[in-house]
Design a protein around this ligand. Structure first.
Ligand SMILES: [Zn+2]
Length: 435
């Protein structure tokens, strides 16, 4: 875990090991494995050596005084060092954990205040470590949990506390999906602090996966017809690459390979963009899109220091693709006329229709490509940049073979829905008249 300097920084706790060097016992810094465990590695001078003999210690400062404590069980050392750091942070923040507790080995595992542990956890995931959106969601969920939880220290939290949190989420009007996500954040946080296995499987909120809506062909035709040329290329790009909003926002001209006919998603460290799941990828696109892009490129004007494909007028990454889309939909007369946004904006009055959103292009891309047998499900996973195939398989649900409608119409069951009059007349025509 990387830690950056700040006032809320957790006090430093070192892990040492007393080992034998040239016949004498010496305390040397222990080296943690990348997975946070200890495997008897110590740093001696500039090199790392393995010493299976000796005992581990944790070391910390209380004011000017250095303190050490032997920990006989190697497996528990990293966790205890972490807990010690938290307990020190609590003491520093003026929270009562009992100064004696800090000095007694057996008490080191007790009384970590929830407040301190949450702050410590949030410090670790503060941007740029994690996405600002992720950070905000975690902060919200953990603070909501803390507010509703009667327990002040982590060790006292039990299943009932989590159940109460989930109930509270429902009562505040959030969906099962949101309740599930928030409970998951709290559970992950508790797990990291050594509190595990509180919820049974049946305790988790159950939610139904929302239907992935897609654009209909005639809607898209009307939309593109109402676009200015640069707008048309932009939303064609969304539709034909299936990229996420942010991926389109940070697409640079060098990501477009006109020769190979592909579009790449690549990291842009100078703009703070890294692809989701830390994976760069390549998406093949129709030649017609490449032609449109070429044409658009030749006419592109204005400053463009980052060489972006769809920059703002000032040459910056554009965060407003969605509101611009809603504007075009309104202009094209494509608003449904009956919906209202979360903030109460009615789509009958302005560019707020909830039927028009960027991710719907991605759903359309996935569903239509599967329906048209353009690619296999595995290829689609690659193109969409899904970490797990499970996320891609969701789209299979919405795929219908082209002949399904025809077979349905001719089915025996459909016959019951055909009006009697029609059925009789066809009956009479079909049947040879008795003579
Ligand atoms: Zn609407």
């Amino acid at each position: 875990m990387k830690r950056h300097a700040s006032n809320t920084q957790t006090p430093r706790v070192n892990i040492l090991k007393k080992i034998k060097v040239n016949g004498a016992w010496k305390l040397m810094p222990a080296v943690l494995e990348p997975n946070g465990k200890l495997k008897d590695k110590v740093r001696i001078g500039g090199s790392i050596e393995i010493h299976s003999e000796g005992t581990y210690y944790i070391e910390w400062w209380e004011g000017p005084k250095r303190k050490r404590e032997a920990i006989p069980d190697r497996a528990r050392v990293p966790d205890l060092a972490n807990r010690k750091a938290l307990a020190l942070a609590a003491a520093r923040a003026g929270l009562d954990v009992g100064s004696d507790a800090l000095n007694r080995g057996e008490k080191v595992t007790q009384g970590i205040p929830l407040d301190v542990a949450i702050q410590h956890y949030l410090d670790d995931i503060e941007p740029p470590q994690r996405e600002p959106k992720t950070y905000t969601a975690y902060k919200y969920a953990l603070n909501a949990f803390r507010k509703g939880c009667a327990k002040s220290s982590i060790e006292h939290i039990v299943r009932a506390d989590l159940l109460q949190f989930i109930r509270g989420q429902y009562e505040s009007g959030c969906s099962a999906r949101t309740a599930y996500n928030r409970a998951n954040i709290v559970v992950q946080f508790l797990k990291l602090n050594g509190v595990k296995g509180l919820l049974h499987k049946r305790d988790w909120p159950e939610y139904v996966d929302a239907i992935r809506k897609i654009y209909e062909a005639d809607e898209l035709k009307t939309l593109f017809a109402a676009c200015l040329e640069h707008e048309r290329v932009r939303y064609l790009f969304f539709l034909l690459t299936g990229e996420r909003d942010k991926e389109v926002r940070f697409t640079a001209w060098r990501d477009i390979d006109f020769r190979r006919g592909t579009v790449r998603v690549t990291a842009k460290p100078q703009l703070g963009f890294k692809p989701k799941n830390k994976e760069e990828r390549e998406i093949p696109v129709p030649s017609a899109l490449l032609e449109a892009l070429k044409d658009y490129k030749n006419r592109q004007q204005g400053p463009n220091p980052y060489n972006l494909v769809f920059p703002t007028e000032a040459g910056r990454p554009d965060k407003n693709f969605e509101s611009k889309l809603k504007n075009i939909a309104k202009r094209a007369g494509l608003n449904c006329g009956t919906c209202a946004s979360r903030h109460g904006n009615r789509c009958s009055e302005g560019p707020y229709c909830s039927n028009w959103f960027l991710h719907k292009f991605r759903h359309t891309f996935a569903t239509v490509n599967l329906e048209g047998n353009v690619c296999s499900i595995c290829k689609l996973q690659e193109w969409l940049g899904h970490k797990d195939l499970a996320s891609t398989v969701v789209y299979l649900k919405y795929v219908r073979g082209k002949d399904v409608q025809e077979r349905l119409d001719n089915s025996e069951l459909a016959g019951f829905a055909i009006p009697q009059a029609l059925k009789q007349s066809s009956h009479e025509i079909d049947r040879p008249s008795p003579t």
